[in-house]
Design a protein around this ligand. Structure first.
Ligand SMILES: [Zn+2]
Length: 266
């Protein structure tokens, strides 16, 4: 599952290339997209919601794509060589100046405005930490509805807040010194809001490009704990650990000293 910053970066790239342009050809090997009748339509808006990428046309229809782990959108000039084989293209949107290609995405579908309003993967999303103004009271209510979940699971639940993936989970909980295995009910409101606002800040810092970093110190190291199990904590020197967490068994990196009380069943 990509981090929210990846999807928003992709949306920014696509927006610059094709928003406002007229579709000269829309191609897809998917049967449900065989006759979309989009040629001549203008691309009205490109945006991201959580980990969903949405391309809206001027007739109100929306191409929804979810990248999961394997999907990606590329932008090319019309005569440019693609970096991925054409057989992996799910959708190709051609305009006069650019070609936007969606490779390997497991979910690509065209929704009517009516379908979009009722589409549960979108209506059930929490506030997008990059795109939305954050309503603290509403965010706390969403977390409190999952009081028994470990905080390391709750922050990645896109129906609570949208945008935090596995990297930001580990990093933000470290920065705020929170035990990833503690239940939401054990964490006070101020700390939950600190986690959410820190995540939003870091996601936005990583929109401009370059290698993702969640640590901004003069000494080397772009991450605090993510991917660092067995290595010394950059804050205290104690060995960083990794344990699997949640129904999806996601890796959770943490410092057992800095994130005091951090303990999971062995
Ligand atoms: Zn530490």
């Amino acid at each position: 599952m990509p981090e929210g910053d990846t999807i928003h970066r992709t949306a920014n790239t696509l927006r610059r290339a094709i928003e406002g342009a007229v579709v000269t050809a829309f191609e897809s090997p998917l049967p449900k997209l065989a006759e979309p009748e989009l040629d001549g339509r203008t691309i009205a808006r490109v945006h991201a919601r959580g980990k969903n990428l949405l391309i809206e046309f001027d007739d109100g229809r929306v191409l929804h794509s979810h990248m999961k782990m394997e999907g990606s959108w590329h932008v090319y000039r019309p005569n440019e060589r693609w970096r991925v084989g054409a057989h992996r293209a799910r959708v190709t949107i051609r305009t006069e100046r650019f070609v936007a290609v969606c490779f390997d995405a497991p979910v690509v579908e065209l929704l009517t405005p009516f379908e979009l309003r009722a589409y549960r993967p979108l209506t059930e999303l929490g506030p997008d930490l990059i795109a939305d103004d954050l309503d603290d009271a509403a965010i706390l209510a969403r977390f409190r509805a999952h009081d028994e979940d470990p905080i390391g699971v709750a922050v990645m639940n896109q129906s609570i807040v949208a945008g935090i993936g596995n990297v930001y989970k580990a990093e933000v909980l470290f920065i705020e010194r929170v035990d990833p295995f503690a239940p939401v009910r054990a964490i006070d409101d101020a700390t939950i809001l600190a986690i959410v606002h820190r995540a939003a800040e870091l996601l936005k810092k990583n929109l401009t490009g370059g290698k993702r970093r969640t640590r901004f110190m003069l000494d080397p190291g772009f991450e605090w704990v993510y991917g660092r199990s067995g290595k010394p904590c950059r804050a205290c020197g104690v060995t960083v650990k990794m344990k699997r967490q949640g129904a999806q068994m996601r890796s959770t990196y943490y410092c057992p000293a800095c994130q005091r009380g951090a303990s999971a069943p062995e």
